[in-house]
Design a protein around this ligand. Structure first.
Ligand code: ADP
Length: 193
C-alpha cells in the first residue's frame, strides 16, 4: 500500500509562516518527505494543476458551493450571477489559478502506506468552517464558501493534497522531475511497518 502524494502549501500558508508547523504534522505520523521545494508557479503550471478540462473536479467545486449557499439561504444568481454548478466551478477555477500564482508555494511529495488517504485526513474538510479541530484546515482557518465567494476569491484553506492515486500520478510529475524525488530509509520504518 506504499503510495506517493503531492502536497502544496498554498500562498496563504507560506505567507503565514506555517511551513514548519504543517510539515511537522506529516513527519510525526510517519510519512516520509521524498521531495520538496519553494516555488513561485507560473500560469502555465497553475492551469495544468487545475485543468479547465477536468469536468468532474470543476463540477464538484460548483456543487459544494451550491449546497453551501442553499444551506445559508443565499441567492446564488444574485451573488455569483449563476446557479449552474459547472459555471460556478469554472469561476472558482479561475480564482484558484490566480491564487496559486500569487506568491510562493511550498510543494512536496510524501511517501508511505495509505499516504493519499492519510494526508487528506490530516488536512481536513475542504471548507475550514466544517473541518474538525485537530486537522490542518480546522486548526488554522475559519474560512467558508460564503466568506470566499462574497469576496470573489477561492477558499483560503492553506493546503492542497492529491485526492486519488490517479490525481497523484498526474500531479507529481507536474511539480517534480524524477531526479528531484529521493529515496532513503526512515528509522521508524523498522518499528512501525
Ligand atoms: P480539496 O482541496 O479539498 O480537494 P476541491 O478539489 O473541491 O477541494 O477544491 C479545490 C480548491 O478549490 C479548494 O481547496 C479550495 O481552495 C477551492 N474551493 C473549493 N470549493 C470552493 C468554493 N465553493 N469557493 C471557493 N473556493 C473553493
Amino acid at each position: 500500500m506504499k503510495e506517493q502524494t503531492l502536497v502544496i502549501l498554498k500562498p496563504d500558508a507560506v505567507a503565514r509562516g506555517l511551513i514548519g508547523e504543517i510539515t511537522a504534522r506529516f513527519e510525526k505520523v510517519g510519512l516520509k518527505l521524498v521531495a520538496a521545494k519553494l516555488v513561485h508557479a507560473n500560469r502555465e503550471l497553475a492551469d495544468k494543476h487545475y485543468p479547465v478540462t477536468r469536468d468532474e473536479f470543476i463540477r464538484g467545486m460548483g456543487n459544494k458551493t451550491v449546497e453551501n449557499y442553499q444551506k445559508l439561504g443565499v441567492d446564488l444568481r444574485k451573488e455569483l450571477g449563476s446557479d449552474d454548478p459547472l459555471e460556478i466551478g469554472k469561476m472558482i477555477r479561475e480564482w484558484l489559478a490566480d491564487m496559486i500564482t500569487s506568491g510562493p508555494v511550498f510543494a512536496f511529495v510524501l511517501e508511505g502506506p495509505h499516504a493519499i488517504e492519510l494526508v487528506r485526513k490530516i488536512c481536513g474538510h475542504t471548507l475550514p468552517l466544517m473541518a474538525n479541530p485537530g486537522t490542518i484546515r480546522g486548526d488554522f482557518s475559519f474560512d467558508s464558501s460564503y466568506l470566499a465567494n462574497t469576496a470573489k476569491r477561492p477558499i483560503k484553506n492553506l493546503i492542497h493534497a492529491s485526492g486519488t492515486e490517479e490525481e497523484a500520478a498526474y500531479e507529481i510529475p507536474l511539480w517534480f522531475s524524477k531526479e528531484e524525488i529521493v529515496s532513503y530509509p526512515r528509522v521508524e520504518e523498522a518499528v512501525m511497518e
